[in-house]
Design a protein around this ligand. Structure first.
Ligand SMILES: [Zn+2]
Length: 298
């Protein structure tokens, strides 16, 4: 195993690791138009992307996530940028690697391809596998220490991403699903339970599993969900990266309800429930991560 990846696992065995917070909402705060393609900034505005990584590193993140959430050919195609997929992912990984240096590890970020697989949709699994593999290859080449497959709803898609990341040479793969609370418990948008979602990706070879983002999930609900994930993780380390409350529109600006203090106050509960990696998703900022670091890395 690559020595940096091995060191990540050694550190994880010693203490819980701290992820970073949102990238998209940070770039929007720096002028990226909502709905615009953030991955284009890996080459067009690299200093801004570096700045987001630097803010999280300074806040105490052990893990920096590349700005490549929408970096599959499928998503880039909707921006007319599919031909630039290798360049944008490679640049994204290099920017995070440059800032992380030897002070943090880099997670190469794979988000959903944005459609539905057969038979619910019309997309062939082979095409999705190819898209994920191309993306993972570029991220690893650019210096990612592990691949993070995130915001997954369909376990079949997550399995394709895990397999593609492994085929691309990833030695460590993290997978997080996004859950919502229903009358029958926590479910992904596809109706999948935490147990079934985690079982599918563990079978495919995922090393670290858990949840990110979430719809209308309070931090208290997230603690309960964490306990369910730990029970379902078959001994794998669990990662939780909640969003900072639900987005609300205040005077034309999207804002998130949970303060850095509220966010950090939930960390002991996550750790008590068994989480080994904690961070934030949409709406979480360097201030949220710094408040978490004060508790996690006193
Ligand atoms: Zn999110």
């Amino acid at each position: 195993m690559n020595s940096r990846t091995a060191a990540l696992l050694q550190q994880l065995a010693r203490r819980p690791l701290l992820g970073d917070g949102a990238t998209g909402t940070q770039l929007q705060a720096m002028g990226l138009a909502p709905g615009a393609c953030g991955e284009l900034w890996n080459t067009a505005q690299p200093d801004q992307v570096r700045r987001v990584h630097q803010l999280y590193l300074d806040a105490g993140s052990d893990l920096l996530t590349t700005n490549t959430f929408g970096g599959t050919s499928f998503v880039l195609e909707t921006r007319g940028a599919a031909a630039r997929r290798r360049e944008l992912n490679l640049a994204g990984a290099r920017l995070a690697r440059e800032i992380a240096s030897d002070r943090a590890w880099v997670l190469g970020d794979l988000g959903p391809f944005g459609g539905m697989l057969e038979p619910l949709g019309e997309t062939l699994p082979e095409a999705v596998t190819t898209a994920f593999r191309e993306q993972a290859e570029a991220l690893l080449e650019g210096g990612a220490d592990a691949i993070l497959v995130e915001t997954m709803s369909d376990p079949a898609e997550a399995v394709l991403a895990v397999q593609a990341a492994k085929d691309a040479g990833a030695e460590l793969v993290l997978v997080t699903f996004t859950f919502q609370q229903t009358t029958v418990g926590y479910r992904t948008m596809m109706g999948t339970t935490p147990v079934a979602a985690l079982a599918a990706v563990i079978e495919a070879g995922a090393d670290i599993v858990g949840a990110n983002c979430g719809t209308e999930l309070s931090l208290a609900a997230y603690q309960q969900l964490t306990a369910e994930l730990v029970a379902a993780a078959a001994g794998r380390s669990v990662i939780v990266q909640p969003n900072a409350g639900s987005p609300t529109l205040i005077e034309g600006k999207i804002s998130y309800a949970e303060s850095a203090g509220e966010f950090a106050a939930a960390v002991p509960g996550f750790l008590h429930a068994g989480a080994r990696v904690v961070g934030g998703c949409c709406g979480s900022t360097p201030a949220h991560i710094a408040a978490m670091a004060a508790l996690l890395k006193p």
